[in-house]
Design a protein around this ligand. Sequence first.
Ligand code: PGA
Length: 249
Amino acid sequence: MARKKIIAGNWKMNMTPSEAVALVNTLKPLVVNDEVDVVFCVPAIDIIPVLQAAEGSNIQVGAENMYYEEKGAYTGEISPAMLTDVGVKYVVLGHSERREYFAETDATVNKKVLKAFEHGITPIICCGETLTQREQGVTMDFIRQQVKIAFQGVTADQAKTAVIAYEPIWAIGTGKTATTAQAQEVCAGIRACIAEVYDEATAEAIRIQYGGSVNAATAPELFAQPDIDGGLVGGASLKPDFGKIVNYK
Ligand code: PGA
């Protein structure tokens, strides 16, 4: 069975609630495409207004982070039940910016992944190497470690529904997209890693996105690769260009 493409915007720390509503209203008619899952991953405070603005459209809403405890004394955090209560279906976990600035580790990402599945939220699990790691030739070793730890304790049935976003850190926000060949090579490597950890059926089912300076010009070739099932899009998801990315064909 062919995997359905998933194209997600990652707004990062952009858009006030009123700006968010205006952006959804602009993008709503542009991102119509039944062949693709379209997800807007937005700041926590924007989730409810974005859900309301997106009502009746094909836009699904995701969070950019989530904590791994149910509730309690964790000032500033968002719980899984808070997300599901309002209808959030996806959560970005382990983005490199969270790893770099907010001390996320493979171990905390794993806890969050397990918690997301427990609550029926689909995790978009991010991985990706630094430029130094690429130059040192350890890209695949590093990513295999990130992926294997993120999936510890995850069942094959859960893993089949997960999304992995391969985002080389040197390509994020730099305008420097990985070449199609580089992106395909790593996404295929991630799929092989999932096949080793689980089985071929799980590897065939799991969706793997590419992220890092995706734009309307680079999306068609990237998304045509056999192991690239869509994209996680930062900067370009805040512009009408996102409609072109969603309708990349
Ligand atoms: P970018 O961000 O598209 O702006 O490079 C991608 C991401 O960090 O998810």
